[in-house]
Design a protein around this ligand. Structure first.
Ligand SMILES: Cc1ncc(COP(=O)(O)OP(=O)(O)O)c(N)n1
Ligand SMILES: Cc1ncsc1CCOP(=O)(O)O
Length: 211
């Protein structure tokens, strides 16, 4: 079943930020209207990741927002997060769905591969992510997903479509016009001089597109 809450700005946390600063930044994004946050942390030790996940869990709850955890099912369960995001090297999606149960959200990276997205949806993914939409400062080696792929994905797939990679408020409109449901953003959000205002700009792009 489609989940209507899977639409809008999807804030993915940056690396190399201290825990207190990260929490302030995420709070600002939430204040600006962001309703979906992903903890993506490949650098911290487990104890620090756990502390960050707990802090983000509390903050997202205060704002009625969703928290997803990148890569880590166990951490998702430990902090009672709303779901996980998994890539092709992060384990089998059928098994992830079985572990998560029907209530939690499962997101899957599909790079530029529509067949991978069909398989992911069949395995129980709630949304499928394609990228990089544009050159990404965070992941310069990411595969590239052209706009036409998003158009096809939105027309052909029965699940919310997420775009990631190099997205900015200046280049996002064609993706939203193509029907993309989720814009996953790191740099353009968390490096903005005013994160709350930037999050609000994204939410307004979605509000303008359709109800
Ligand atoms: C929403 C969203 N889409 C794609 C990714 C990338 O996931 P993955 O390919 O597993 O790469 P890493 O993030 O693990 O480097 C994502 N994290 N979130
Ligand atoms: C995790 C990931 N996967 C593909 S691009 C990317 C990074 C997105 O970050 P940014 O918004 O800074 O380009």
């Amino acid at each position: 079943m489609r989940r209507p809450e899977l639409r809008g700005l999807y804030a993915v946390t940056p690396e190399s930020t201290d825990g207190a600063a990260l929490l302030r930044q995420v709070e600002a994004a939430l204040a600006g209207g962001c309703r979906i946050v992903q903890l993506r942390d490949k650098e911290s030790r487990m104890s620090e990741r756990l502390a960050r996940a707990h802090a983000l869990r509390a903050a997202t709850r205060r704002h009625g927002a969703l928290l997803l955890i990148n890569d880590d099912l166990a951490l998702c369960q430990l902090v009672d997060a709303d779901g996980v995001h998994l890539g092709r090297d992060d384990g089998d999606l059928h098994i992830a769905r079985a572990i998560l149960g029907p209530g939690r959200i499962l997101g899957a990276s599909c790079y530029a591969d529509l067949d991978a997205a069909r398989s992911a949806i069949a395995a129980g993914a709630d949304y499928v992510a394609f990228g990089a939409a544009f050159a990404s400062p965070t992941k310069p080696d990411a595969a590239s997903a052209p706009l036409a792929l998003y158009t096809r994905a939105c027309a052909e797939l029965d699940a919310p479509v997420c775009a990631i990679g190099g997205i900015t408020v200046a280049n996002a409109a064609p993706l939203i016009d193509a029907g993309v449901d989720l814009l996953a953003v790191i740099t353009d959000l968390f490096s903005a001089p005013d994160i709350e205002a930037r999050a609000n700009q994204y939410q307004r792009l979605f509000a303008k597109a359709r109800p």
